[in-house]
Design a protein around this ligand. Sequence first.
Ligand code: KIV
Ligand code: NA
Length: 277
Amino acid sequence: IRRKTISDIYNIYHKKEPITVLTAHDFITGKFADLAKTDIVLVGDSLGMVSLGYPSTNELPFEEFLYHVKSVSRGVRQSFLIADLPFGTYETSIEKAVESSIQLVKNGANAVKLEGGVEYLDTIKKLSSIGIPVVGHIGLTPQRHNSLGGFKAQGKNVNNALEIFKNALCLQKTGAKLLLLECIPQKLAKYITENVSIPTIGIGAGNHTSAQVIVQSDLLGMHGVNSLPKFVKPYENFLEKGVSAIKKYNHDVKTRAYPETGIHTFTIKNSVYLDFL
Ligand code: KIV
Ligand code: NA
C-alpha cells in the first residue's frame, strides 16, 4: 500500500469522477478515513475547535497542530494527506510560510492549504518551487471570522462573487494545485469549477465541484446532530451511541455485571499450590 500522489488525484479529476476528501484529527480518525478509502485526508485547523475546544481556529498553537498532523499521518496509508497552515504560521513573510510548511511536510503532510488568494501569490510560487503542493482556500475563510463578521456564507452579492472568482483564477495561475471553496452559492462554485483547470474541493458549495470535503466529526455526529451547519449531512450519531454505551458500562460496573467471571477474567494454572485462592 502507498499513499495517493497529486498525480493520482489529477487522474481521478480528469476522469470527471468526484474526489472524496475528509478531515481527520488524530491516528484513529485518520485510520477511519483511510480504511474507507477516502481519496484525500485533510488535517484541518478546525480540529482546534471540534477536537480541542478552542473558541475559533485562531487560538490553536502551531505545536499542538503539528502533534495532530503527526498522529493523523501515522494512521493514513493510502490517502493523499493535506495539512492546513494555521493562523499565524504563514501571513507575515514568505520565509515564515516556507518554514511552517516544511514542518508540516516533515510531520507527514503531502501538501499544505492556506486561506486566501491574490495576497499570497509570491508565497504560493515559492512553496510550489520547493516541491510543496499548495491548496488555496477561498469563500468563507474561518481564520478571518473577525473581519468577516462571523462564519457566514460568502459570494452572495455580485461584487463579492466576482472577487472570489478573480481569486480562483489568480490561485490557479500562481500554481495552486487544488482550490477549496467554502460556503459559497452552488452556482458560483459550478462557474468556478467550469472555468479553472485545477480540481475544486467544495464544502457548503453545492454538488458541482470536483471534490467534496466534510469535517469528520460532523459527518459522524461526534458532537451530536442537532447544531450542525446547513450543508452537513450527518451519517451517524456517535455522540448518542457513545454516551449510551458508556452509560451501559457504568451501570454494569455499579451492579457488578461486568467483568463476568469466565468471560473477561484470567485463571491461574496449578492452583492446587494456591488452594487458598
Ligand atoms: O479546517 C478544516 O477542517 C477545513 C475544512 C472545513 C475545509 O479547512
Ligand atoms: Na481549515
